[in-house]
Design a protein around this ligand. Sequence first.
Ligand code: PMP
Length: 404
Amino acid sequence: MSFDVRALREQFPILEQTVNGKPLVYLDNAATTQKPRAVIDAVSAYYQGVNSNVHRGAHYLSDKATAAFEAARATVAGFLNADREEIIWTKGTTESINLVAQSYGRERLRPGDEVLITALEHHANIVPWQQACERTGATLKVVPLREDGSVDGDAFYRLLGERTRIVALSHVSNSLGTVNPLDQWLKAARDAGAVTLVDGAQAVAHFPVDVRELGCDFYACSGHKLFGPTGIGVLYGRRELLDAMPPYQTGGEMIETVSFEKSTWNQLPYKFEPGTPNIAGVIGLGAAVDWLNQQDRAALAAHEDALLASATEQARAFDGLKIIGDAATKVGVLSFLLDGAHPADVGTLLDQQGVAVRTGHHCCMPLMDGLGIPGTVRASFSIYNTLEEVDRLFQALEKVRTFL
Ligand code: PMP
């Protein structure tokens, strides 16, 4: 394979350390990805040479910060194939979904209307809709899963009805890695007259996303899962919808005029960006996307597939290990349980050997309840992981088995 994972890895300084006396094996990428030097340098260069408030004009540094801030918006718009007015900066996926649930959901939902989600969703794509339904008298409907951890497509079509106003779906499940076949479902949702939101938190780092080709109305993702900083996220929204929506939060920046009697709103995207934004975060995210755009994404995806295939094969051969969610289309995640062992204990014993995984419900309590388990051990892979690290996971699991 022409892809050189060693060379790529060298760009991520955090990976060079040892943990508990062992070289770090970082397999918690679904929680957050590590940052390449290009991102760290961009954030540092901003604070060292540019730091200033944006859109307040009138001096050199402010103009420079504003130019970098808006250049990052154009970069992210290009990355998702959106227009720059359709890219709203948020704190992350969670805030992006809350924005839509509160501004669009609470405004438009009526008693008897339905919001359709799936049993795979992260709490961030459940609770905001539950709240919107409670406030408006709408009903939350949930598409169940099949045995293998994929969403039951037949049930999706059955539950999609004439009262469905909003369909909110994850692109990729954070706890099982399942990829949802959104092309067909989004089209069906549109044909049914529903507005669609995609939770793309776990998708954008793994494969290219084109919001126009997907045909969704809203797409939410987080910078920190895309090799960028924490505290910065993206909401893509179709311009006609954003234009018609009321502001989510109010204050400075998002206004056109203010008087004590009445205020009017700024144009897109600023209408949804009150207050001083996370300028360093935006610039860091722009650098992350620029960096990712320079990589051979097909080679990265092939490498990640090879990591998951090796992990899955070794997991299947491992005595007493049960894979949770073994769907045909998955990216980046191996969730599992070891016979007789609590996931938290497995995680602690792996950590002692330098292997970082996540254990628990992964912000998917209803999913875990549905599966009848307290949680899983989740190993999640990214582009800088190596096949040797996958082997290290299973060597460490062999030791865990002897301890338990
Ligand atoms: N949705 C999914 C599928 C996620 O994996 C996450 C993060 N674990 C979120 C939403 C929330 O993202 P954030 O915490 O960055 O807002």
